[in-house]
Design a protein around this ligand. Sequence first.
Ligand code: DX5
Ligand code: ZN
Length: 225
Amino acid sequence: MRAVQIAPSILAADFSILKDEVRRCEEAEVEMLHLDIMDGHFVPNISFGPDIVKTIRRLTRLPLDVHLMIQQPDRYARTFIESGANILTVHLEAHHDVRRTLDLIHSLGCQAGLALNPLTLFARSIPYLDQIDLLLCMTVNPGFGGQKFMPEVLDKIRQARQYALKHNKHYRIEVDGGLNTETTRMATASGADIIVAGTTLFHSPNFRSKVQELRHAASEALAAG
Ligand code: DX5
Ligand code: ZN
């Protein structure tokens, strides 16, 4: 049976106590940390860069899932991998030769992910599915935490899952944006393997029990399917 993994999005953490926030994630036994990199061009917001990735790398041995919401991911892939990324995800819609960027990421010994904005059709990712370890389906328009989950993306998650089963592909499906207990249930039932959650975890009074609640929702959805 599929196992669903939880990836807290550090964007929603309190950066004044970053070390404690990372510790909270470890104590809650999450599988990885999700780091959102925004350049103010690909998305209308700026977050943080490689130095913060390096800092987090020093704080934990958890895998770092780095989501590049930047216009020229090929230019910065090496920097983020050298800063400690274990998975580097680039957007299909950014300005680059997607195939070459995915090759570059693998050649540097890192796992490669491909992200799709909510309105980007699954079909556009098909040429790259042999080359990726992870397909990230955005369930909000990228740029900001705390937005509302877009249920219209569920159909794309189902297509991605069915395609992998039918064609024996091994990419994992990650969902990102507006995940809470209810939407975790919906996304898992549709085929998600990795749940990225920012606001719902870091703004919860009890981080650990919130992680458990998401896991529980995911297991129920899997059992029902
Ligand atoms: C959105 C980011 C997400 C976001 C998730 O651009 O890619 O990772 O931080 O945060 P929540 O869970 O608050 O939607
Ligand atoms: Zn993200």
